[in-house]
Design a protein around this ligand. Structure first.
Ligand SMILES: [Zn+2]
Length: 123
């Protein structure tokens, strides 16, 4: 298995050695996902720092990031996903869970999910 590694020292200077080892364990195989709040809780970092990790992974081609779309009918289950960086879904947007047609982003919630393209080693 290919191991991708790069020097995080400049961009992720806020991570300790223990946190990097923990991230390496989390991303120990391709296809592993991570969301900002999960990383924040797991590593004891704040949400902007967790978002920075996810953005840096995609910037280096290590992850494909998705914008998850949530509708109020099922707040815990994403109702859709589009590539992160393509903006927001087109309106009107039809919820696949409840069939409702949504005309305003106020009725939707969004989150980001990173999907690792390979094993990632944080050094
Ligand atoms: Zn819905």
């Amino acid at each position: 298995m290919k191991i991708l590694s790069f020097d995080y020292k400049k961009q992720l200077h806020f991570l300790s050695g223990r946190q990097k080892a923990d991230l390496s364990r989390h991303f120990s195989k391709p296809g592993v996902t991570a969301m900002p709040h999960q990383l924040a809780v797991r590593l004891g970092i704040n949400l902007p720092e967790a978002l920075a990790i996810i953005a840096i992974l995609e910037a280096h081609g290590l992850s494909k990031n998705k914008l998850l779309i949530y509708h109020a009918c099922e707040p815990e289950v994403p109702a859709g996903a589009i590539s992160y960086g393509e903006g927001f879904p087109n309106l009107p947007w039809k919820c696949p869970h409840c069939g409702e047609t949504v005309d305003s982003y106020d009725e939707l919630d969004f989150d980001v999910m990173a999907i690792a393209q390979d094993r990632i080693e944080f050094i």
